[in-house]
Design a protein around this ligand. Structure first.
Ligand SMILES: Nc1ncnc2c1ncn2[C@@H]1O[C@H](COP(=O)(O)OP(=O)(O)OP(=O)(O)O)[C@@H](O)[C@H]1O
Length: 269
């Protein structure tokens, strides 16, 4: 049988080109008894479906605040966040966050119950479906055999995997990660980065992650937004698609690391 050539061009722009999330002129502030702390100033960016979008900047430049605003936990003092064109007004199951404190897993619930809990609490699904989804996601992160353990019996890396399974089981439009592996030892952190990338290869979820590690940003991200120090403003956006675990330590990886360092701090690494 001869192959039929595929000549039909798509009629419209590919769906992936439409931004899933838009951050428009976003300024964030905190009112303290002493003064108003400005966390970010007029930050703009767009995240496409399937992006691994990383916010990178020095401590205090407003990365976590941006994530909180996207999560709907912090109201902007100016500007807005749009998800699928609709302004974000509060938290919702379409945006699920994973933080570095994996001890946020309630210790009195088994691993399985921890993953089921948000599905049941949000009434996303009934008991049987919640169990099925939780077991599926635990298998995807390699924890199928640990479902009936309690969190205290898990290593840091395993707790991270439970937190990721719990978040992705909710099928969010965007997965938000704030320094997800910062509390882990260096070797476990590297392994978790690889595992997260492998999971993304399978599932193609949209990720917005915050880090202050240049290496982690280049490894995890396909796009990296550099923020200047306090208050955070957009300094540059870089394409990091060509970097990954295989390019760690390469000459190009090192050159890009130094370039980012110069952009962030105005000096050589
Ligand atoms: N709840 C708060 N009340 C007052 N000021 C705050 C609050 N949270 C953050 N800030 C201030 O807002 C600014 C940005 O903080 P944010 O935590 O967003 O930065 P970051 O880039 O995530 O820092 P880090 O990498 O150290 O976590 C900082 O000056 C911080 O002190």
């Amino acid at each position: 049988m001869s192959a039929v050539p595929h000549l039909i061009e798509p009629a419209s722009a590919p769906l992936a080109a439409r931004p899933l999330l838009k951050v428009e002129a976003l300024s964030l502030e905190y009112a303290t008894p002493q003064r108003l702390v400005r966390a970010t100033h007029e930050v703009d960016f767009e995240v496409l479906e399937g992006d691994r979008f990383v916010l990178l900047g020095a401590s205090g430049c407003g990365k976590s605040s941006l994530l909180k605003a996207i999560g709907g936990f912090l109201q902007p003092s100016a500007g807005r966040v749009l998800l699928d064109g609709v302004p974000v007004r509060g938290p919702g199951p379409d945006r699920i966050a994973v933080f570095q404190e994996f001890d946020q897993l309630p210790p009195w619930k088994t691993v399985l119950a921890n993953v089921e809990f948000p599905l049941l609490a949000s009434r996303r699904c009934g008991r049987a479906e919640a169990r099925e989804r939780a077991l599926l996601w635990l298998a995807k992160v390699g924890l199928a055999d640990f479902a009936h353990l309690y969190p205290h019996a898990l290593s840091g890396g395993m707790k991270a995997r439970v937190a990721i399974a719990r978040a992705l089981a909710m099928a969010p439009r965007v997965l938000l990660m704030d320094e997800p592996f910062a509390a882990l030892d260096a070797l476990t952190r590297r392994r978790m980065q690889d595992e997260l990338l492998a999971l993304w290869e399978q599932e193609r979820f949209t990720l917005i992650a915050v880090t202050h590690s240049i290496e982690e940003a280049l490894l995890l991200g396909n796009r990296v937004l550099l923020l200047s120090p306090h208050p955070g403003r957009v300094r540059a956006e870089l394409d990091a698609e060509r970097f990954g675990p295989a390019s760690l330590g390469s000459r190009e990886f090192q050159a890009q690391t130094q370039r980012i360092h110069r952009l962030l701090f105005g000096s050589m690494a």
